[in-house]
Every structure is written in structure tokens, then in C-alpha cells.
Design a protein around this ligand. Structure first.
Ligand code: HAM
Length: 426
């Protein structure tokens, strides 16, 4: 028989991992709603042009990473490689942009990249997009949301903020010419990848991981010297806000990001804890994109978090965050099970936040207690022959020590209330 396997780079998220994901997702929702952002749910597939035009024809994503295919009617469609383009498309289509909008989305994205730790072909992002505010206070707010989320998850010490201004498109064009002139004169010292980029997307050479290329760039013209006055003012005001809010950052004047739609502020949160795929979150301002999609001129800025990378970081600090039951119910036989069932259902109604697992499938007490131990439950509730005959239940602590006690069934709820149960996340 053929055994099917998931497609390379498409990863199953299994029960031992989903509790971590859910904890992070709950923290994300709390952080975002705390700043007044509202969720939008958008299609996974858009017309190919939506991505090609906004992300840029000569970017890695559009040139070689998109899952594009003809629809049955011949239209070219693409599985979304990122969320900003679809979000802008939706905001323009539904006329959401008359007043400032604070939006977020979460879900799978698709890029045909070489899979490795922290890099998949189907991966997940939480993205945040804010429309309608041109000033640096919007950029600062986005960065503060990230910082608050890192704090809530306890990963702040593992993350660094790198930030840059890439100015206006015109300033970038002037810089591009100066950079190309400088690098053309030293073309022989460039690696193949950089040579190719020199003609197509020279600013991406600034991102090169090759130390020789980086050394060559030490003498190159600097983007910061080409900024237009408005962008410089915006940049300085943003840094002042970050300083006022106590955010630490590093100005990385070679940070340009891999998507074409950005202007002015770009930023990334990076970590050294994950090896090569160290960018956990990236974003920036994209003031021209809404107009490019046929909307009226609307400033915008946003970011996206790579969830797999954030999960890896969180997991490195919380190795045992797996789901644990609170209570495991053990019954001696089918009669005891039938006796316990309505009582446990009543308990569920009284304690909706608790995870109560009833043992199913029978078996000896010994094997049931083994399962109870493995469930991580704090307590076992035991319904044996005597308990059933006398309307009692045995409460047996499984983890924190303590004596087991047999109590009247009617006293169970009061007994359970005396335990301090972990705060249940919504
Ligand atoms: P991006 O930098 O292409 O930006 O992706 C954001 C994050 O998604 C990355 O920093 C990384 O954590 C994660 N990521 C990207 N590719 C992969 C992959 N193959 N496997 C695992 N994780 C990955 C954007 O997508 C922009 N739309 C962000 C944005 C929103 N800018 C403004 N608004």
C-alpha cells in the first residue's frame, strides 16, 4: 500500500505542539486587541498580479518562490506568499480606508524555498497592517506592539530590533545609482548572486551574507546620506519616540528588506537563537501601495511575525508547555462509568475552565492510572465498587503529593474549589 507523506516543506503541527501555538496565538490576540486592532480573514489565493506588482517583479519571492497555477478558466492564481498585498487589495475593494484602520490577520503563507530549521514552504504569519496615519507615531506603535508581545511571551531577551530608513522612492533611486556606480567599478570582487542583483535589484546586495561583499560595502555610499528631508525628519522623530518609550534598537543602515513596497521605516526583530533563519518579524512603512492598488493616497505601515520561528523561541524557554489535563477520571467497570458520567458532566458545567478527561475503553485500575499519570493531570477521581455503592468518590492527588481521600459525591465541587487551578487562558 502506498503510504502518503506530506509535501516537502509542508509541516503537520501535531498535538504535542499545538498547545504552544495556542498559547502564543492567545497572547497575540490579547496584545493586538489591547491596541485596538481588529482581525480580518482573507483568501489564501489571489490573482498572481496582486503579488507580482506589489512585492516586485525582481524579488526572490516573485521570481522563484510563488506557487502560481492557472485556474480552470486560465487566470493565473497564486497561493499567498505574504499577507500585505491581499490585505491592501481587500481594504481598497471594500472601501475601508476613509478613516484610519488597524487590522491584523493570521494564517498560512506559501513560498517555494529550500526547507530548513525555521524555513518551510507552508509557514504561518501573524500580520498587522495600519492604514491612514503618515506620522512616525504609527511606526512606533507597531514596534511597541511587538515589544509588548515579546514581553508577554518572555522572549524579549532573545530578540533584537534592527531598524532603518530607506527614504522615498526618489531618494532610493538616487542612492541606487550611486551604489551601482560604486559596485560596477568593483564588479570582479562580487559573488555571482551579487553580480546578478547588480543589474536587477542592487539594494538587495546590502543584505548579502557574504563577508567579502560586506567588506566591499564598507567603502560604498551610504543610504542614510541620500535620504530626502521628509524621510529624515520622520526617522529622527521615530527614534525619539522609541527612546521615549524605552525601546532599544540598532540602526542597521544596510537593512532594506526583500519586498519592493517599502519606503521610509523598515525594521526586523532578529535572534541569534535559531541559526540562519534569525528574522522572527519584519515590517515597515509602505505609503505608496494603496494608491498602486487603485485606492486614494493612503499612508500605511505594518509587520508580520513568522510563527514557526516564534514558536521555536518560545519552546526553547518553555520546554514543557504541553497540554496537561487537570483531572483524570478512573472507573472500575461499565457500571461505575455509567454512574460517573452524569456526575462528571455536571462537574464540567460547574468548572468550564478545567480539562477533565474521562478514561475510555475500560482496562485495569493499574493501566488507567498509568494513563492518568501520562495525562499530566493533578488529580484522579476514582469511582470503584465501594464509591458507587455509597455515593462517594475518591480524590487522588497525582502530582503535588498529598493524601487521597474518599468524600461524599455531593462534596466534590467544594473540594475541587479548594485547589488553585492554573489561570485558564481564554
Ligand atoms: P517577510 O519578511 O517576507 O515580510 O516575512 C515576515 C516573516 O515571516 C519573516 O520575518 C519570517 O519570520 C517569516 N517567514 C518568511 N518566510 C518564511 C518561511 N519560508 N518559513 C518560515 N517563516 C518565514 C512580509 O511577509 C511582509 N508582508 C511583512 C509586512 C507586513 N510588512 C508590512 N506589513
Amino acid at each position: 500500500m502506498t503510504q502518503f507523506r506530506a509535501i516537502r516543506g509542508m509541516v503537520d503541527i501535531l498535538p504535542d505542539a499545538t498547545p504552544l501555538w495556542q498559547q502564543i496565538e492567545a497572547a497575540v490576540r490579547r496584545a493586538l486587541s489591547g491596541y485596538g486592532y481588529t482581525e480580518v480573514r482573507l483568501p489564501l489565493i489571489e490573482a498572481t498580479e496582486v503579488f507580482a506588482r506589489s512585492i516586485g517583479e525582481v524579488t526572490d519571492i516573485v521570481e522563484k518562490e510563488m506557487y502560481s497555477f492557472p485556474d480552470r478558466n486560465g487566470d493565473s492564481l497564486t497561493l499567498r506568499p505574504e499577507g500585505t498585498a491581499g490585505c491592501v487589495r481587500a481594504a481598497v475593494q471594500h472601501s475601508l480606508l476613509g478613516t484610519p484602520q488597524r487590522l491584523w490577520y493570521a494564517g498560512p503563507m506559501f513560498r517555494y524555498e529550500r526547507p530548513q530549521k525555521g524555513r518551510q514552504r507552508q509557514f504561518h504569519q501573524v500580520g498587522v497592517e495600519a492604514f491612514g496615519v503618515a506620522g512616525p507615531e504609527q511606526d512606533a506603535e507597531l514596534i511597541l506592539i511587538c515589544q509588548r508581545l515579546w514581553q508577554a511571551l518572555g522572549v524579549t531577551p532573545l530578540l533584537n530590533l534592527e531598524i532603518n530608513s530607506i527614504g522615498s522612492p526618489a531618494a532610493r533611486q538616487r542612492y541606487r545609482e550611486a551604489l551601482v556606480t560604486y559596485l560596477q567599478a568593483r564588479r570582479d570582487a562580487l559573488d555571482e548572486d551579487s553580480k546578478r542583483r547588480l543589474d536587477s535589484n542592487p539594494l538587495r546586495i546590502l543584505d548579502s551574507k557574504n563577508p567579502e561583499v560586506q567588506a566591499l560595502l564598507d567603502g560604498a555610499p551610504r543610504l542614510a546620506d541620500f535620504l530626502d528631508d521628509d524621510s529624515r525628519e520622520h526617522w529622527e522623530a521615530l527614534l525619539a519616540l522609541l527612546d521615549a518609550a524605552g525601546v532599544s534598537y540598532r540602526h542597521n543602515d544596510r537593512l532594506v528588506r526583500g519586498l519592493d513596497y517599502y519606503n521610509r521605516t523598515v525594521f526586523e526583530w532578529t535572534t541569534e537563537a535559531l541559526g540562519a533563519q534569525g528574522t522572527v518579524c519584519g515590517g515597515g512603512r509602505y505609503d505608496g501601495l494603496v494608491a498602486q492598488f487603485g485606492g486614494s493616497d493612503t499612508p500605511a505601515a505594518g509587520f508580520a511575525i513568522g510563527m514557526e520561528r516564534l514558536v521555536l523561541l518560545y519552546e526553547s524557554l518553555n520546554p514543557s508547555a504541553a497540554a496537561a489535563a487537570d483531572i483524570y477520571v478512573v472507573t472500575v467497570d461499565a457500571d461505575a462509568y455509567g454512574y460517573a458520567l452524569p456526575r462528571i458532566e455536571a462537574l464540567r458545567a460547574q468548572f468550564p475552565g478545567l480539562t477533565i478527561v474521562m478514561h475510555l475503553g475500560g482496562g485495569s485500575f493499574k493501566s488507567q492510572f498509568k494513563r492518568a499519570d501520562r495525562s499530566g493531570a493533578r488529580l484522579a477521581l476514582v469511582y470503584g465498587v465501594d464509591e458507587v455503592a455509597t455515593d462517594q468518590v475518591t480524590v487522588k492527588p497525582l502530582r503535588d503529593g498529598g493524601e487521597q481521600s474518599t468524600i461524599a459525591g455531593l462534596a466534590l465541587a467544594d473540594t475541587l474549589r479548594r485547589f488553585e487551578w492554573a489561570q485558564v487562558e481564554e
